[in-house]
Design a binder for this molecule. Structure first.
Ligand code: BGC
Length: 464
């Protein structure tokens, strides 16, 4: 009896530590979301404080993606040379600096430079966080921890939508409202900074650097028994020995290129199904159909956040591929429905004459679409990219795939609205539907199932 009570106590203890590690790590995801979601409900205040037209506002919004690409590009070097933990600390510093300086309402050039910096921080965090979580969490809960990262992104998007709407409502003067909006980001940035200072380093990185003793110490905090620790050490060591030699050699391998293409295309599709059009522009799109107000502002971030919760459970129960299929089918159907709704609504004109049915179809389609993305492609694209690369090529692989994600996010955000104006509003939704079909074909033929196996076993499997 005594022994089993002791064991269950150990298990509970173990879990708290693991979840704490993951929670602090995932604060990187929260900052990602805060910056991603910031624009939607802050743009009005920014435009009036800085007297911007549409183009200036777009320039300000879009520079985040540029920072994201550069951040992702350099984060592989940070991850390798600074380590995962110090890179998270570094990202925390950037977030804090960029948001605090912005809160002083500096000149527009400096404000844009700060948004670039925030994008840079997001690029670093969106690379390091899943990497850290996938290397530190035990195999059985790895997927769930990866989903936690996505959950934090969506909580960030929701939180900033909510606080920005609230702040703009309470403080009518944008010179007061805008600094407060930035300070919300600064608050969480400081939290992340402090949290990541006390995180342990990733055991896999420590082993890669030949610091076995330290790695064992970290693993002892994560696992319950010495046997589990030994097993994990052996597995990491085995893979390290097998992949001895230069990273260059590892990545010049044919098998690495195949995996790289899988990751790149997966991240490309995550953006080409159109998610960020909804995240950034859903109030605008609902506005085209004559819908404004709180539902137009809050429906997307709320549904996006709520339906990321089931993903945490489903990603281990159903596996990655099934979620990708189901999500893509839901997005396909809803994008076609949204396209048809816009056929009925038309390209502008007298909105008062638009009947209620197409408006309702549009609203429901967008909400169900967000649901479809939130429990599948949102988390799974990031999880799979953090799992498929061999240890030696993991930083390079994830750097490239993260950059691809940001590049396509930037392209979609930059051209979506003008595409709608040029080719008709329905056309954009049909285009996204077509990408959903392509993504299903791609998953069926190329994406491996990565559920429940250790990173090292997966590496063996992929090599074969
Ligand atoms: C995507 C982001 C998107 C977010 C929405 C993430 O997985 O990479 O581009 O804004 O999901 O929740």
């Amino acid at each position: 009896m005594k022994t089993s009570a002791f064991n269950s106590h150990q298990t509970a203890n173990y879990k708290v530590i693991v979840y704490f590690i993951c929670l602090v790590g995932a604060l990187g995801g929260l900052l990602f979301g805060l910056d991603q979601g910031f624009i939607a409900n802050a743009l009005g205040s920014i435009k009036s404080v800085y007297e911007l037209g549409t183009e200036g506002a777009e320039k300000y919004s879009a520079i985040l993606a540029a920072g994201g690409v550069i951040g992702a590009l350099l984060s592989g070097f940070f991850a390798r040379f600074l380590g995962r933990k110090k890179s998270l600390v570094f990202a925390g510093c950037i977030f804090a600096f960029g948001s605090i300086v912005s809160a002083f309402l500096p000149s527009f050039i400096i404000l844009r430079a700060c948004r670039f910096l925030l994008g840079f921080g997001v690029g670093v965090a969106s690379f390091i966080t899943p990497l850290y979580l996938s290397e530190t969490a035990p195999a059985a809960i790895r997927g769930a921890m990866g989903s936690l990262f996505q959950l934090m992104i969506t909580i960030g998007i929701f939180l900033i939508a909510l606080t920005n709407v609230y702040i703009a409502h309470v403080f009518v003067n944008p010179h007061i409202a805008l600094p407060l909006m930035f300070l919300v980001i600064a608050f969480f940035a400081i939290l992340m900074l402090l949290g990541s200072l006390i995180l342990p380093e990733s055991p896999r990185w420590l082993m890669l650097k030949g610091r076995k003793e330290q790695a064992v110490r970290v693993l002892k905090r994560i696992f319950n028994t010495q046997t589990e620790v030994d097993l994990e050490v052996n597995e990491i060591q085995k893979v390290l020995e097998e992949s001895k030699g230069h990273t260059f050699k590892a990545v010049m391998h044919k098998h690495f290129f195949k995996i790289l293409i899988i990751g790149v295309v997966l991240q490309m599709f995550q953006q080409l199904v159109g998610i960020n059009v909804m995240i950034y522009y859903s109030p605008t799109i609902f506005g085209y159909a004559g819908m404004t107000g709180l539902i137009a502002m809050m429906a997307v971030p709320t549904v996006n956040m709520l339906f990321t919760f089931p993903a945490i459970y489903l990603v281990e129960k159903w596996g990655r591929k099934k979620l990708l299929y189901v999500g893509a089918v839901i997005m396909l159907i809803t994008m076609v429905a949204a396209g048809l709704a816009f056929h009925a609504i038309g390209q502008g004109g007298v909105l008062a004459s638009v009947s209620q049915l197409p408006k309702t179809v549009l609203l429901v389609a967008v909400i169900v679409y967000i649901f479809g993305f939130a429990f599948s492609w949102g988390p799974v694209a990031w999880i799979v990219c953090s799992e498929i690369f061999p240890l030696k090529g993991r930083e390079i692989g994830m750097t490239i795939t993260t950059m691809v994600n940001w590049t396509f996010a930037g392209l979609v955000m930059r051209y979506a609205l003008s595409f709608m104006e040029t080719f008709g509003r329905s056309s954009l939704f049909y285009l996204f539907a077509a990408f959903c079909i392509l993504s299903i074909i791609f998953v069926a033929f190329f994406v491996p199932e990565t559920r429940g196996i250790t990173l090292e076993d997966l590496e063996e499997k992929l090599k074969r």
